[in-house]
Design a protein around this ligand. Sequence first.
Ligand SMILES: *[C@@H]1O[C@H](CO)[C@@H](O)[C@H](O)[C@H]1NC(C)=O
Ligand SMILES: *[C@@H]1O[C@H](CO)[C@@H](O)[C@H](O)[C@H]1NC(C)=O
Ligand SMILES: *[C@@H]1O[C@H](CO)[C@@H](O)[C@H](O)[C@H]1NC(C)=O
Ligand SMILES: *[C@@H]1O[C@H](CO)[C@@H](O)[C@H](O)[C@H]1NC(C)=O
Ligand SMILES: *[C@@H]1O[C@H](CO)[C@@H](O)[C@H](O)[C@H]1NC(C)=O
Ligand SMILES: *[C@@H]1O[C@H](CO)[C@@H](O)[C@H](O)[C@H]1NC(C)=O
Ligand SMILES: *[C@@H]1O[C@H](CO)[C@@H](O)[C@H](O)[C@H]1NC(C)=O
Ligand SMILES: *[C@@H]1O[C@H](CO)[C@@H](O)[C@H](O)[C@H]1NC(C)=O
Ligand SMILES: *[C@@H]1O[C@H](CO)[C@@H](O)[C@H](O)[C@H]1NC(C)=O
Ligand SMILES: *[C@@H]1O[C@H](CO)[C@@H](O)[C@H](O)[C@H]1NC(C)=O
Ligand SMILES: *[C@@H]1O[C@H](CO)[C@@H](O)[C@H](O)[C@H]1NC(C)=O
Ligand SMILES: *[C@@H]1O[C@H](CO)[C@@H](O)[C@H](O)[C@H]1NC(C)=O
Length: 492
Amino acid sequence: MFLQMFKTIVFLVIIWCCYFYQCHGCIEEERTRLLQIKDSINYPYDSSLDEDWVGKNCCKWYGVECNSLSSRVISIDLSSRREEGLGLWYPNASLFAALKELEELGLGENHIGGWVAPQAFSEMQNLRDLNLSSNDLSADIYSVRGLCELKNLRGLYLGGNNLNGRSLPPCFSNLSMLEDLSLSSNDLGSNSSALTGLCGLSALRTLRLSYNYINDNSLPMCLGNFSLLENLYLSGNDLSGPFGNSISGLKRLRVLYLHSNHLSDDGISPWISNLTSLTTLWLQNNILKGSDGLRGLKQLQQLHLDSNHLTDDSIFPWISNLTSLTTLWLGNNSLKGSDTMRGLCGLSALRFLYLYDNDLSSLPICMGNFSLLEELYLFRNNLSGLFDSSVPGLKQLRILQLGSNHLTDDVISPWISNLTSLTELYLGNNTLKGPHTMRGTMLFIFQKNTPKQTNYTNTKTTRVDSRPSLSKLVLQANLGNDLPIIVQPGLK
Ligand SMILES: *[C@@H]1O[C@H](CO)[C@@H](O)[C@H](O)[C@H]1NC(C)=O
Ligand SMILES: *[C@@H]1O[C@H](CO)[C@@H](O)[C@H](O)[C@H]1NC(C)=O
Ligand SMILES: *[C@@H]1O[C@H](CO)[C@@H](O)[C@H](O)[C@H]1NC(C)=O
Ligand SMILES: *[C@@H]1O[C@H](CO)[C@@H](O)[C@H](O)[C@H]1NC(C)=O
Ligand SMILES: *[C@@H]1O[C@H](CO)[C@@H](O)[C@H](O)[C@H]1NC(C)=O
Ligand SMILES: *[C@@H]1O[C@H](CO)[C@@H](O)[C@H](O)[C@H]1NC(C)=O
Ligand SMILES: *[C@@H]1O[C@H](CO)[C@@H](O)[C@H](O)[C@H]1NC(C)=O
Ligand SMILES: *[C@@H]1O[C@H](CO)[C@@H](O)[C@H](O)[C@H]1NC(C)=O
Ligand SMILES: *[C@@H]1O[C@H](CO)[C@@H](O)[C@H](O)[C@H]1NC(C)=O
Ligand SMILES: *[C@@H]1O[C@H](CO)[C@@H](O)[C@H](O)[C@H]1NC(C)=O
Ligand SMILES: *[C@@H]1O[C@H](CO)[C@@H](O)[C@H](O)[C@H]1NC(C)=O
Ligand SMILES: *[C@@H]1O[C@H](CO)[C@@H](O)[C@H](O)[C@H]1NC(C)=O
């Protein structure tokens, strides 16, 4: 009764609003501008918007959003709308400037080579967010310079535009409200002064400079002055470090991507230990041996160290101090066993642990400490021995990947059925013999009509009735003749 009345009132209020503020339609003048933009996008060919931008109410057009009170356009998303093969597009900035309340403009992946009338940017003082990623703005420096007029921009995305030192103008420093700047996948690092134009951007919270051929010399010293910076992306560059002075003062930095560089232990210490607010640190694909510079990063939740040169001795002493870790990648290193594992024992917050492509022959006594662990990746190691009796403590484990080890049926059997949360179990390429051995001990009951396997490259599906939680069991390339390859229990 009360609810009914409430609904009626809301309905009447909406009708009233629509009557006074024309929420049915858009401003005719703005519609005309949008139609001109529509015509220009594939000019002189048919517009790619012929089906999406039709009808009177331009506020309902695909990718267009209006202010509900003023009915003026506040957001346009036109990414990937220019047809391939038409060459570069030079949109007329005046057409966009005529949309007085425009706040967000998305024009990524449109082969934009520059602007007609870039001076019109000076009229777009409401624009907060401009996405021009994956275009080709390098050739027309006047167009890029025009962006300097957008003094109220908060987000600017210029990744993948072939920009180099000459195409990034010094006036960029004037974009002083900018909080989120993306310049990834350009060529701004081979010119050592190209990035100094960014030095005035003291409001930055996110700066993306990955894949830019940046080396230790072209990383600007002023980075350390971005005291509000929270996210810094520098992956895929030519950094070897140390470049501590510029970064180590960033007290608010939470996310730092440095993967795929040439960083050694000396390259990251000691400066990295000053970044005590870091929660996510990606360092995979470098040449680290195991620096204890990471020791003090108590807030770290995600640490990515895949594909380095880590050994047991080098990580054991310090890794146990990172007690906030929930996700730890240590795959594709040179870890052998017990000492490494001992270092991990205190990491009781771990939920995802990646240890594939190492040389591990055993798992630690403390496995049961990981009572929150959900996913464990151990494929391509050297495991033959028993897991410890504490393995059944992994009550939350959902995914267990043990492929390409030397596991036998009697090693697996005693504990695997205690992992009651498992949904995916990978045991391929081991030395298992078959469901007959495993059936009794593992409580896996294969259907009676399981086709006989004569060849381990076949794939077939069967059901495992007794483990309703298990959705995937992979067993290919083992020894048993009648092992099913992939079992998907619960499949009807
Ligand atoms: C750009 O658009 C404005 C406004 O519609 C128009 O006056 C001007 O002629 C256009 N410029 C070019 C070069 O088409
Ligand atoms: C910018 O546009 C591209 C597509 O053109 C999109 O993939 C990307 O997510 C956008 N970036 C932001 C920050 O909106
Ligand atoms: C290097 O960058 C600076 C600053 O942007 C620019 O003035 C200069 O022309 C660039 N040099 C080369 C060789 O591109
Ligand atoms: C920055 O803006 C001011 C005034 O808006 C202008 O005088 C100055 O030339 C601009 N700086 C650059 C480097 O463009
Ligand atoms: C960093 O900021 C300080 C003080 O604001 C200033 O003196 C210094 O020149 C700046 N450094 C760089 C490299 O911009
Ligand atoms: C790191 O912090 C310590 C103390 O807070 C300071 O003495 C040291 O200079 C800093 N190191 C770097 C490389 O900034
Ligand atoms: C493993 O790491 C080495 C470098 O340590 C790298 O060359 C190789 O591509 C990595 N392998 C995989 C599968 O990532
Ligand atoms: C690291 O942990 C050890 C004990 O495991 C402790 O003695 C040491 O003080 C810790 N170091 C830091 C920097 O927290
Ligand atoms: C981890 O396990 C070991 C051995 O089972 C135990 O001695 C230790 O107290 C555990 N540590 C934590 C933090 O639970
Ligand atoms: C099976 O595991 C062995 C090592 O145990 C490895 O050399 C081989 O490449 C693996 N085969 C497949 C198909 O993964
Ligand atoms: C596994 O669970 C069974 C009962 O479900 C229990 O009797 C057995 O002790 C457990 N095994 C281990 C190693 O904890
Ligand atoms: C194994 O199975 C594959 C795919 O069915 C087949 O191509 C291959 O000839 C078989 N090999 C043998 C030895 O039967």
